[in-house]
Ligand binder design. Structure first.
Ligand code: SAM
Length: 629
């Protein structure tokens, strides 16, 4: 449920929970410009910088964010990437968000873009990707202290906002301000509208030099401060190397993982060379004719459920920005059939959200041609996607060069050279030199990372053109097996059903026994569709496609350095298993966040659950380094 807002007769929004107004009569954008941007020396301070990262407490209606975004847009000297991280325990509704911006014509367009991504705001982190990924808003939904503990990055500016310290003490407590100071680097500026004594004292105790500055009427003063502690500051984790501020990177593998990494790095100014062993991109497991995007749901909202939701949001934004809806992907929603009694949702989820999965309604079941007593969930954020189209769009981004028929066999350190790593093929020929290497070759990553326990999981699907008279369900179906239909292609509308899971097999030759298995499962998933496709199967008019997925021991992706010795050079982004569409973008953004000390797109514990260091072979080393993560 969204936070209710009282709209006063004068148009000023008020919180009943805190018995306070969200902003004064002078208006939030004026306050944002004077107190927050002005107090942090912006926009001047970010001029010419590669990135700028802002931390804010209290997102409210996002007017500080919108004003900052507007200032960034208007500035020819703007940084390439603007990160804005904001913490909010009680998000307002989309309608209230737009209503608050409605009085500010210059912000309304931006507010509409923000509102379009204002959905699914369950507790946790949500990365909103705006202005083609050049403005990244990370909403941390939860109590300020818990969210500060879960986030890690080096902030360039900090906006302290909240209701008045008397009414909203948690926002301004000594503990909160101490936690905020963990984000500061020497020179980080903090701005706020209150000069409450306790706030000034807590900032000073945590290493900030605090000054009073003229406020925006009706307030007389505001507070500006800079992090200049008299002690030496130690931060956990390795410092980013100069190369991490964008250089040359070789990405090995042009599938979903490699494509997503290349795109994330190119957006940050890296020159990326993608080496692909096959004669074209998307030639491995990502070459699946059409794939399904659907979240994992569990009654206890388990780790995998939270990870897939974050992943789907990240992918969804890329699909919207780069592909043609209806042709390359379709925001269809997905129905997931469940066994009777196995359809429990997390207790706090409600019929009005913010969750975006529910029990399927009788109408949804009927429209999909399922019996009214079928047990199913409805995932509003579900889709079918043609993975090769997404990969193609990523690889076409400026700053990326693809080289096919380049099979990397060996990576070596090059001493005394500017580019520190070389990639060679099996004959010893140098394929690429780069500051950093990312191994994203799916199961073929094994050759370059033999110490990682990567498992091959063969998958076979059946597909074909829809018979002219066959009405197959328009909504993709998931469950024990899956069915996607109505995918436009040159040859007509396609359907696809699968997929098998066959451990430790790497033979991609289609198998008749798997075709039979897929067909039997389809008969249970959707008997009517199976009956309509029976003739096509009988007449050999169907095709089989098999690919080899790459999985880790615990079935979660591996994102991180290959070994302690190569932490500043060779990274891994692989083991996406059968969830490449859900995980590729999220993993790529996580890798980029680590390299640049950017805000995490996921709470730290979830990020750790994807960290490759958990799979380092020597337990001791991994434990030693776990403390540095
Ligand atoms: N910065 C906002 C803007 O630009 O529109 C206005 C922020 S409003 C004054 C303060 C916000 O802090 C409210 O939205 C409130 O829900 C949030 N808040 C209050 N206490 C909080 C807490 N303990 N943790 C997280 N958010 C909190």
């Amino acid at each position: 449920m969204a936070e209710p807002v009282d709209w006063r007769a004068d148009g000023i929004p008020r919180s009943a929970r805190f018995d306070d107004i969200y902003h004064t009569e002078t208006g939030a954008p004026a306050q944002a410009r004077h107190v927050f941007l002005g107090g942090c020396g912006l926009p001047g301070a970010w001029a010419g910088q590669p990135q700028w990262r802002i931390l804010e407490t209290g997102f409210g209606f996002g007017l500080n964010f919108l004003t900052t975004w507007q200032a960034w847009r208007a500035d020819p000297q703007r940084p390439r990437l603007l990160h804005f991280v904001s913490i909010e325990a009680f998000p307002v509704s989309r309608e209230d968000l737009l209503r608050a911006a409605a009085g500010h014509a210059d912000l309304l367009g931006l507010a509409e873009s923000l509102a379009a991504q204002w959905h699914g705001l369950l507790p946790g982190f949500h990365r909103l990707c705006l202005d083609e990924g050049r403005v990244l808003l990370t909403l941390c939904i939860g109590d300020v202290q818990a969210m500060l503990r879960a986030q890690r990055f080096e902030a360039d500016s900090i906006f302290l906002d909240g209701f008045s310290p008397q009414r909203n003490p948690a926002m301004w407590s000594a503990e909160t301000l101490k936690a905020v100071s963990r984000f500061a680097r020497r020179g980080t500026r903090v701005a706020t509208w209150t000069i409450a004594r306790a706030v000034c004292d807590a900032l000073a105790q945590n290493g900030f030099q605090v000054e009073k500055a003229p406020g925006l009427p009706p307030k007389r003063d505001c507070l500006q401060s800079v992090f200049e502690p008299t002690w030496q500051v130690r931060r956990r984790g390795p410092a980013p190397s100069p190369a991490a501020l964008a250089g040359r990177c070789a990405v090995i593998g042009a599938g979903l993982a490699g494509g997503a990494v290349a795109a994330s790095l190119a957006r940050r100014g890296w020159e990326v060379e993608v080496l692909e062993a096959a004669d074209r991109p998307a030639a491995g497991a990502s070459g699946l004719p059409v794939g399904m995007l659907a979240p994992h749901i569990s009654p206890d909202d388990a780790l995998l459920s939270r990870l897939t939701r974050a992943g789907i949001r990240a992918t969804w934004q890329q699909l919207e920005q780069l592909l043609a809806e209806g042709d390359d992907w379709r925001a269809s929603g997905v129905l997931e059939r469940r066994a009777a009694g196995d359809d429990r949702l997390p207790e706090r989820w409600t019929a009005d959200g913010p969750n975006e999965s529910w029990h399927a309604s009788p109408t949804q079941l009927a429209e999909a041609g399922l019996s009214p007593d079928a047990v199913a969930l409805w995932h509003a954020r579900g889709a079918w996607v043609r993975p090769s189209r997404l990969i193609e769009a990523w690889l076409a981004l400026p700053g990326i060069r693809v080289r096919a028929r380049c099979r990397a066999a060996h990576i070596e350190r090059i001493d005394g050279s500017v580019a520190r790593w070389g990639v060679r093929d099996a004959d010893g020929a140098l394929l690429a030199e780069a500051d950093r290497i990312v191994i994203a070759g799916g199961i073929e990553s094994h050759a370059l990372a033999p110490e990682f326990p990567l498992q091959a999981v063969r998958g076979q699907v059946e597909w074909g053109c829809m018979p002219e008279d066959a009405r197959l369900p328009a909504t993709p179906l998931n469950g024990n097996g899956h069915l996607i239909a109505g995918v436009p292609a040159a040859e007509g509308k396609l359907w696809l059903a699968g997929a098998t899971f066959d451990r430790d097999s790497s033979d991609v030759t289609p198998r008749a026994s798997d075709t039979e298995f897929n067909r039997e499962r389809l008969a249970r998933l959707h008997p009517d569709a199976a009956a309509k496709l029976a003739l096509a199967f009988a007449h050999g008019e169907t095709h089989a496609w098999a690919g080899i997925r790459c999985a880790s021991g615990d079935r979660r992706p591996l994102v991180g350095p290959l070994s302690p010795d190569s932490a500043d050079g060779i990274w891994l982004c692989t083991a996406l298993g059968s969830r490449g569409l859900s995980f590729a973008v999220l993993c790529a953004e996580l890798l980029a966040a680590h390299w640049h000390r950017e805000p995490l797109p996921l709470p730290a514990k979830l990020a750790q659950a994807l960290d490759a260091r958990r799979a380092w072979p020597e337990k001791e080393t991994s434990q030693r380094l776990a403390s540095a993560m």
